[in-house]
Design a protein around this ligand. Structure first.
Ligand SMILES: C[S@@+](CC[C@H](N)C(=O)[O-])C[C@H]1O[C@@H](n2cnc3c(N)ncnc32)[C@H](O)[C@@H]1O
Length: 334
């Protein structure tokens, strides 16, 4: 359950978004972005060429007046944004590759990053397929609460999703730089401390661009999630980690042999954490978090690759058991 103020805020925001969506004749996501931008702009309704009309503008202003009285912390705003975007995803039927990463999974990323980077301080975090930014913001805001000083970088090929990410980043006061580009194109950024992503699953259509990657295949289009994982590891510092959400069968497909070249030649595959079945509709959609480590003076292949299955996120004792298992593995392998 969410605190009452988040629920109240959710209802008011949803109504404002729906009013904007009708007035602007736009998608839910565009209306979401407009609504957030209005609130950042001191709760003023942006009117262009008489749209929204006076009557709608007044209605939205009345909602904003109530919203101004509710004070939310940045992480609470992110939770609110997640609720709104999940609601929008239901009405707009977003394709699976465009859905946001729920924070149940995001919190696991936070835990793993805290484990892998025990020294608190500055941390540059890149998401190569940031989408609406929920995973990146869950990580950044919760690392900040844990006293890190994170700076986020997000890439995505989809302009609408990235506009949502930009609006929510501003709304939550997160320090994020976003790049609207194909994640496989060169990125103008310094090497990162950690790379993360809930990768888009499927074929990458541009064979020529794919061909410069180790994980490319010749017989058909290469898997985008393999190429992007390799690309992300090009942007992480030596000895540093990449954490990726990938299909659980990633070692058993017709393109796995090409992916394995990445683990032999460029980065160590250190851990595979299968997420609970309850999170996914069917066996084919199950996902795992894989942890890769960039080669370097202080990195080596773990003598035992962690292969763990998290039974559930609903029972704290089961989650605690997994944490114990991870910490024991880390102590003897990293
Ligand atoms: C599962 S979604 C990521 C969701 C995101 N973690 C969030 O919480 O909103 C996968 C994303 O990959 C993006 N994508 C697909 N192909 C891409 C490419 N070649 N380069 C960059 N992003 C890409 C999609 O636009 C989509 O936003």
């Amino acid at each position: 359950m969410f605190p009452e103020k988040i629920e109240k805020s959710f209802e008011l925001n949803l109504e404002a978004i729906q009013l904007l969506q009708n007035a602007l004749d736009s998608s839910f996501l565009d209306a979401y972005t407009e609504n957030v931008e209005n609130q950042i702009d001191h709760f003023q309704v942006r009117v262009i060429d008489g749209v929204p009309n006076e009557e709608t503008t007044k209605k939205i202003e009345a909602l904003y007046q109530q919203l101004q009285e509710i004070s939310l912390e940045d992480e609470e705003i992110r939770k609110l944004s997640q609720l709104l975007l999940l609601k929008g995803g239901r009405t707009e039927k977003l394709q699976p590759n465009h859905q946001l990463t729920p924070d149940g999974i995001g919190f696991l990323f936070v835990y793993l990053i805290e484990q892998l980077y025990p020294q608190k301080g500055k941390l540059a975090v890149l998401d190569v397929a940031a989408g609406m930014g929920n995973l990146l913001l869950t990580v950044l805001l919760n690392l900040q609460l844990a006293k890190y000083e994170p700076k986020g970088y997000g890439v995505d090929i989809d302009e609408t999703l990235l506009s949502v990410a930009a609006a929510t980043s501003d709304w939550t006061h997160a320090d994020v730089q976003l790049f609207h580009q194909d994640g496989l194109q060169d990125l103008l950024a310094d090497p990162m401390d950690v790379v993360i992503s809930d990768l888009p699953v499927g074929y990458y259509p541009h064979d020529e661009k794919a061909s410069k990657f180790l994980t490319a295949v010749e017989e058909e289009h290469s898997f985008a999630h393999h190429l992007l994982m390799e690309q992300a590891m090009n942007y992480v510092k030596e000895n540093s980690f990449g954490l990726f959400l990938v299909p659980s069968n990633f070692l058993e497909t017709q393109q796995s042999a090409a992916l394995k070249k990445l683990f032999v030649e460029k980065a160590y595959l250190q851990a595979i954490i299968q997420l609970p079945d309850e999170l996914f509709k069917n066996e084919a959609s199950r996902k795992s978090i894989v942890i890769l480590q960039q080669k370097g003076e202080h990195a080596q292949q773990a003598s035992e690759v962690l292969v763990a299955k998290l039974a559930t996120l609903k029972e704290p004792t089961k989650v605690a058991e997994f944490f114990k298992q991870f910490e024991a593995w880390k102590a003897s392998n990293l």
